[in-house]
Design a protein around this ligand. Structure first.
Ligand SMILES: [Zn+2]
Length: 379
């Protein structure tokens, strides 16, 4: 790749960082306003005591959380139609963008009401008889719901936004199915998503577990790569499956979720929290307001867990890269696929190691190329 092209990646990365700096400051401002003005006003005007049914309290909580997204819309618009447009990535129309936002808000509202009312109902029915363990039972229900969502989401929600079609018959499909068979994936089908409807960024991903597993390739990826490269990308995704990365992540999500619910159980009887937020104490009868506060304030704490999560994520990426190289008998194709992916998406190949250590879920291009060069192939 020529110097000019890497220069383009640098420009894009800089533009994205400058933009998110402004966006971050704006978010702090909104956060402070919500903390000092909006929360006390909202929960005094519509108290959420046990006089409200769980579903009604959940509706108030969900509407509150969704409305907080409204100021961010301005930035989303700018990101799509200025920043992405300038670097040639935007493929969405303004109409499609508006429809996406409306659909997203309705779906968000629906799931939030469902989750908040379930948790509030469990809290009210269990808390009397099991004062010290109700939160474990509530968490187990919540976690089971998350597993169901992992199946429901790709099957019913993603098709509301994108069209997924099985990869059509032909040489590419034959080669990919053969590779899947050989590396122990046994795919029913490989699906192609029409990512090109909104953006020319390319990607591939693996979701689900057991019978519900699926590999999805972006149509943009198929357009931008040759067959060897696509095969290498698929081998990498199969690596995530064969090395059990999704179950490992689920275990981590289980324990961090459990810790979160312990915090919720501690906070729901903490008078100081309600007094500190200037929220009338009658709101303590329902769990919905507390979950709203928790989801607003957990972010700054979770932020400091980012490097830990990213450390494991990068480790998984190296492992999946190695798996792909071994499955293909060479690291050459994956190396060139990654290079192509970085170039098409204008990702800067060499970020500062400290920055990368904290923020990046994937190793940089040069790190991955180096690691691929060190894979040992047994003959
Ligand atoms: Zn990966």
């Amino acid at each position: 790749m020529s110097k000019v092209e890497w220069g383009d990646c640098l420009e894009y990365t800089k533009a994205k960082m400058n933009f998110s700096r402004v966006d971050d400051w704006f978010s702090y401002l909104i956060f402070l306003t919500v903390l000092v003005v909006v929360i006390p006003w909202y929960y005094s005007a519509w108290p959420h005591g046990s006089n409200l049914a769980p579903w009604a309290a959940a509706c108030f909580g969900a509407i509150f959380l969704i409305s907080l997204q409204i100021p961010e819309l301005f930035f989303d618009w700018f990101r799509q139609f200025q920043l992405e447009e300038k670097f040639g990535f935007n493929k969405s129309t303004k109409m499609l963008w508006v429809i996406d936002k409306i659909k997203g808000a309705f779906i968000g509202l629906l799931f939030l009401v469902l989750i908040l009312s379930l948790l509030d109902w469990l809290y009210r029915s269990l808390q009397q008889s099991f004062p010290s363990t109700w939160w474990i039972m509530a968490f187990l229900a919540f976690f089971a719901l998350q597993l169901v969502l992992m199946i429901v989401w790709p099957k019913f929600i993603i098709p509301l936004f994108n069209k997924l079609t099985p990869l059509e018959d032909g040489e590419l499909r034959d080669r990919l199915m053969r590779l899947a068979e050989k590396s122990g994936f046994q795919a029913q089908s490989i699906e192609v998503i029409d990512g090109s409807k909104r953006s020319s960024h390319s990607n591939a991903y693996f979701t689900g577990f057991g019978r519900f597993r699926r590999i999805v390739l972006y149509d943009t990826l198929i357009e931008q790569m040759n067959m060897d490269q696509i095969e290498a990308v698929l081998a990498h995704e199969i690596g995530h499956y064969r090395l059990g990365h999704i179950p490992q992540r689920l275990v981590v999500a289980f324990f961090s979720g459990l810790a979160g619910f312990y915090m919720i159980s501690y906070l729901c009887s903490s008078v100081w929290l309600y007094e500190g937020l200037r929220v009338p104490l009658e709101n303590m009868g329902s769990l919905s307001p507390l979950i709203v506060f928790f989801s607003l304030f957990a972010g700054p704490f979770v932020f400091w867990m980012t490097p830990v999560n990213n450390y494991f994520s990068r480790k998984h990426e190296y492992q999946a890269d190695e798996f792909a190289a071994l499955a293909m008998g060479t690291g050459k194709h994956l190396g060139s696929a990654l290079r192509q992916l970085y170039r098409e998406n204008k990702n800067f190949p060499l970020p500062h190691p400290w920055f990368s250590f904290f923020h990046h879920s994937h190793p940089s291009l040069f790190e991955r190329e180096n690691a691929l060069g060190n894979v040992t192939f047994s003959s």
